[in-house]
Design a protein around this ligand. Structure first.
Ligand SMILES: [Fe+2]
Ligand SMILES: [Fe+2]
Length: 195
């Protein structure tokens, strides 16, 4: 079989779905490759800053790595702006959704809200509320999100920082995105099963 016969999913057979499952497994295995390509495309997005979004992402990930953060945090920083191109109105959520199967609920939450927390650094210059992050002040990860933005995002626009290259991170990407994280029973109890 090189393709299925059905034109409506309801008419597919077990054999056809087994065939598609096999292809999907391969497609999933190629995810790191696609992620690397998307990262590269950040090289030409959002002009006006001193460095590209790719350089910004590499700088953040390098700072996180050098600070001794674990792989999950380094990858979260590296991909936190991956949604910039396709989701300019919800880029934080897009990055968080991409990371979710591979990271803890805490890291997911931080990435999902990083855009709001970043507003602290600039929103007041254009009539916005820089303190809008305080909406989340009761959240157990509030301070973690502040730290994420302070250490690995708002300060990562420096053209003189000696960031590692994308090549440095490729083995980590291949490793980290090879397989989704197993569900943590405590997280499932608290937040429900991942979907
Ligand atoms: Fe961002
Ligand atoms: Fe950023």
């Amino acid at each position: 079989m090189d393709k299925v016969n059905f034109t409506r999913m309801e008419n597919g057979t077990a054999e056809e779905y087994a065939f598609l499952d096999q292809l999907e497994e391969q497609f999933k295995a190629d995810l790191p490759e696609r992620l690397i390509e998307r990262l590269k495309s950040l090289n030409s997005s959002l002009s006006g800053y001193q460095i590209s979004r790719l350089e910004h992402s590499l700088q953040g990930a390098t700072r996180a790595h050098r600070a001794g953060e674990n792989m999950e945090m380094v990858m979260a920083v590296l991909f936190h702006d991956i949604g910039d191109e396709l989701a300019p109105y919800s880029h934080s959520e897009m990055a968080a959704a991409l990371l979710r199967p591979f990271v803890s609920e805490k890291t997911y939450w931080i990435v999902k809200h990083h855009g709001v927390f970043q507003m602290y650094y600039f929103a007041h210059h254009s009539g916005g509320d820089r303190n809008v992050r305080e909406l989340f002040s009761e959240n157990p990860w509030y301070q973690d999100a502040i730290n994420f933005c302070h250490e690995y995002d708002q300060n990562c626009f420096d053209p003189d920082y000696d960031s590692e290259s994308l090549d440095f991170f490729i083995p980590m990407i291949n490793n980290f995105f090879a397989k989704p994280k197993a569900d943590d029973p405590e997280e499932v109890a608290r937040y429900g099963k991942r979907t």
